[in-house]
Design a protein around this ligand. Structure first.
Ligand code: GLC
Length: 578
């Protein structure tokens, strides 16, 4: 985060590509069925070959793993499941030796209920020294404490049920926006903020290159914690208006910047995960002059295929909606803001199954099309492990195949409400987070070469033909397509800096846009046929003399006044505009 930058496009990360590792599922070196730091160390050459600049590690801190490590019980150590601090230092050195950077996950909206901060807060009772580090409230008056409806307000948690847990010993409730084992910290308490900043400085001093900040726009709650509206049949209210981008969130992030990042000259990266953030808010968060964060993860485009019933209420995606949404973010952040570009992460289903076509006939080509579209936008692209192989959703058949607390709670609660299990499982199969968490597919051997033990979650059986070893050997693979796209971001200034213009916004199958970069007198044209039928497209004027930078078919048709795109064909052309 350089000081005094003119705009985000001047920052070191403007042409960087980030790769997300979900350590639990990446590579297991000690056969306990869970990935670990040594496993990552052994795969660093693979990541260097892909060409990414930054690795983001999902949490590796000590944790009871109620939410796979997003429930942290000690911020300044490594969970023995993953290794030791010494292993971490070796990993960091290996990353740096290869010219890459390492960004840690920072989960500070909440801790684990097994963190010593929380046990002290709970066990000290009302008035105790750490009580005010978390959000404690008395029961609602007139209702028997500990019974439904006695919670201090009506907010539901993201993982089903109320956002409050009753503590019998003190007769009070604590707030947890996520699981009951993830109590929310009270950011209005300056001691909490200082403890978090001290921990962040400790990691930076150790050599890490920044942080991905988990649900960081939820840290400031509206005082009084008012009830939220109740949608549909549930008894829980939607409290989001009272904690999404709450009243002091900008103050807290600016303070964090002053206390943790200011004055550090090493190139660092900060990205805030921000569910529900709007373009206008994101412009404020990412304006370099405000010194809050470098970029944000917004959620609009990954909610477009969701019905009013929430994330498991699956609707077909309308391409026009996706284009309109991403296009609005492209132009809306303007010169003073910066986008993170992602379709995939550990919370989202696999993108080739979601927005592409994972049938054998179209899988590779649609995976490459999706990558081409995303990587040609303006912003910093994020690749989630296995995405670069076109890994697909898992063939889960019963609830026993799932591991994720969100899916298990949803299944339990829906069945209790009388829902049909077939429907519930279908929603989980399409949207469940475990789709992203099946083992990384290294080769065609048992469990995809992820472990020689028993994996904590089953490998996708398609690893027999979809795996890194096969793709490294095939120059036409999805892997090599990603490698070329990543390379292009490093070499073609129009990819990094060009202005974005959406073409044909109302076309239901064609995703088309240009990137114009005046300084290098270059314009790029991206054309993508989102579907299994051919599509004929009239070219805008002046493109007959362009060259072809990227294609996902063996012999793309020549550039004439009109071109015919094959099923799931994507191409990028370039012309000089001098
Ligand atoms: C973020 C994480 C997700 C986690 C949640 C609670 O959304 O990405 O995996 O469950 O925060 O920490």
């Amino acid at each position: 985060m350089p000081e005094n930058v003119a705009g985000p496009a001047d920052s070191w990360w403007s042409d960087a590509v980030v790769y997300q590792i979900y350590p639990r599922s990446f590579a297991d070196s000690d056969a306990d069925g869970v990935g670990d730091l040594q496993g990552i160390i052994e795969r660093l050459d693979y990541l260097a070959e892909l060409g990414v600049d930054v690795l983001w590690l999902s949490p590796v801190y000590p944790s009871p793993h109620d939410d796979n490590g997003y429930d942290i019980s000690d911020y300044q150590d490594i969970d023995p499941l993953f290794g030791t601090l010494a292993d971490f230092d070796r990993l960091l050195a290996g990353v740096h030796e290869r010219g890459m950077k390492l960004v840690m996950d920072l989960v500070v909206n909440h801790t684990s209920d097994e963190h010593s901060w929380f046990t002290a807060s709970r066990d000290g009772g009302p008035g105790g020294p750490r009580r005010d580090w978390y959000v404690w409230r008395p029961p609602r008056e007139g209702v028997q404490p500990g019974t439904p409806g006695a919670e201090p307000n009506n907010w539901g948690s993201f993982f089903s049920g109320p956002a409050w847990e009753y503590d019998e010993a003190s007769g009070e409730y604590y707030l947890h926006l996520f699981s009951r084992k993830q109590p929310d910290l009270n950011w209005d308490n300056p001691e909490v903020r200082q403890a978090v900043y001290a921990m962040m400085r400790w990691w930076l001093d150790r050599g890490v290159d920044g942080f991905r900040m988990d649900v960081i726009n939820l840290i400031s709650k509206v005082p009084g914690l008012p009830d939220g509206p109740v949608h549909g049949a549930g008894r829980h209210g939607d409290g989001s208006a009272h904690y999404v981008c709450g009243p002091r969130v900008h103050d807290y992030l600016a303070e964090m910047h002053r206390e943790v990042f200011a004055g550090r000259t090493r190139p660092l990266l900060t990205v805030g995960e921000m569910p529900g953030v709007t373009v206008d808010e994101a412009r404020l968060f990412t304006d370099p002059a405000r010194r809050e964060v470098d970029m944000v993860f917004q959620f609009e485009h990954v909610g477009l295929d969701q019905g009013p019933g929430g994330k498991f209420d699956v609707r077909p995606l309308k391409l026009t909606d996706l284009k309109a949404s991403l296009g609005r973010w492209q132009t809306g952040l303007g010169e003073r803001g910066w986008n993170s570009l992602y379709f995939s992460n550990h919370d989202q289903p696999r993108v080739v199954s979601r927005f592409g076509d994972d049938s054998p006939a179209h899988r590779d080509r649609s995976a490459k099309l999706i990558a081409t579209v995303l990587h040609l936008h303006r912003g910093t692209p994020y690749v989630y492990q296995g995405e670069e192989l076109g890994m697909a959703n898992a063939p889960f058949t019963s609830i026993d195949d799932f591991r994720d607390i969100e899916s298990l709670n949803h299944h339990r609660d829906q069945l209790a409400l009388g829902a049909d299990e077939t429907d519930v499982l279908e929603g989980l199969r399409q949207r469940g987070r475990d789709n992203a968490r099946t083992p990384m597919q290294w080769d065609a051997t048992e469990h995809g070469g992820f472990t020689t033990g028993t994996p904590w979650i089953a490998a996708n059986p398609d690893h027999k033909h979809v795996n890194a070893e096969a793709q490294l050997a095939d120059p036409d693979s999805v892997f090599h397509h990603y490698r070329r796209l990543i390379g292009l971001r490093h070499t073609e200034p129009a990819v990094t800096h060009g202005d974005f213009s959406l073409l044909h916004p109302d076309h239901e199958r064609l995703y088309a846009f240009t990137r114009h970069h005046a300084a290098s007198a270059t314009e790029l044209l991206v054309l993508a046929n989102f579907g299994g039928d051919e599509l004929t497209v009239e070219l805008p004027d002046g493109w007959e003399h362009g060259d072809t930078l990227v294609t996902n078919v063996p012999d793309p048709s020549p550039l004439t006044g009109r071109v015919t795109l094959r099923p799931w064909e994507a191409r990028v052309h370039r012309r000089r505009t001098a």
